[in-house]
Design a protein around this ligand. Structure first.
Ligand SMILES: [Zn+2]
Length: 102
């Protein structure tokens, strides 16, 4: 879901929600691991209720914009990172076509 879709949904029938309020809320939800940004689509998606200890790869369909979340072993996914860089979380996105669109 895109941020402006959220703004429209939360403002329906009430005072419109201001964009900075939605972006601050999304920033908070991302910081606590409940929401993840889908950079390829400029959108956001909910994370699983159980926090992942490793990381996640997002498989983004360029045709229908479906996003599938694929758990990956966090630091092992970027094993060539310099040893003095502490990896806290790994996020990967791959774009292509889903099974249905192929
Ligand atoms: Zn698709």
């Amino acid at each position: 879901m895109k941020a402006y879709d959220l703004i429209q949904q939360f403002g329906a029938g009430l005072r419109p929600t201001k964009p900075p309020t939605v972006y601050r809320s999304l920033d908070f939800l991302m910081a606590v691991g409940l929401v993840q940004k889908v950079v390829t689509l400029g959108a956001y998606m909910a994370c699983p209720e159980t926090p992942e200890t490793g990381g996640a790869a997002l498989l983004v369909c360029t045709c229908c914009h479906a996003v599938e979340r694929l758990p990956v072993p966090g630091p092992a996914a970027v094993s060539n990172a310099p040893p003095d860089f502490l990896i806290e979380r790994v996020l990967l996105e791959a774009s292509g076509r889903c099974r249905r669109c192929r």
